[in-house]
Design a binder for this molecule. Sequence first.
Ligand code: NAP
Ligand code: GCO
Length: 265
Amino acid sequence: MKMSAFSLEGKVALVTGASYGIGFAIATAFAEAGAKIVFNDINPDLIEKGVAAYKELGIDAKGYVCNVCDEDAVNAMVAQIEQEVGVIDILVNNAGIIKRIPMCEMTAAEFRQVIDVDLNAPFIVAKAVIPSMIKKGHGKIINICSMMSELGRETVSAYAAAKGGLKMLTRNICSEYGEANIQCNGIGPGYIATPQTAPLRERQADGSRHPFDQFIVSKTPAGRWGTTEDLQGPAVFLASDASNFVNGHILYVDGGILAYIGKQP
Ligand code: NAP
Ligand code: GCO
């Protein structure tokens, strides 16, 4: 195998919700591997901030304002990208939200909102890019799953349901489009230090660490929270020719959480 199998040279990669956080880290790694980066965000200000942040790293990324839950807007964005940049070779369904509310206190509308962004939207965006991938004869789809694709915990019922569904959507896209040379895999990050998990890491009034912070460190063999950089290599692998026979797989990048019963208190 040649190391060029890990190259993304000449590929167009769309990473959703990639103005910052995990999406931004994955997109920068793709750029370093040679890909042309396009990304979207629901907030126009964040597109501007994102483009500037990519530029600071020498990356000429194109940003599009688009709510990934809006099928018409997604289809229009994909058509615009195909016209302005080229057919999308790699899609990372990264955009996501979480609501931490005890299930019996969560409204159906709040539940539906999480399902909409974390499960319906990956369906919508994948459906928008697959036809051109079929025409082109190849494609890579990476869905950002979660520990909650496998495990539950208090207050994240909607998120776990969505991420569990996203695991199965990943397997179904593999099943339906594998013969079109489309590989659809998931990345299941462990607990990663980003704005989404900031509330779980907040210092307490007395300066001590958040109980959940200590809990996660005790549940992670690596003994630390993950960083967005920990996800870059796995993402480049799944986006590259090096993984052309890997399909329907959820690659957990969790420091060993799923394998570990947890440190004895
Ligand atoms: P984050 O910091 O909350 O960033 C999420 C991104 O998605 C933001 O750019 C956000 O844009 C965008 N977004 C949300 N709703 C959108 C919509 N309707 N349309 C377009 N963009 C939208 O999250 P993160 O920690 O980087 O996580 C990224 C992905 O990894 C998510 O799918 C998350 O579930 C998953 N994940 C995270 C962790 C973790 O520990 N952090 C672990 C496992 C999986 P705005 O800022 O404009 O809302
Ligand atoms: C939570 C966290 C997790 C992480 C991630 C773990 O409240 O439990 O937000 O859900 O975001 O999904 O893989």
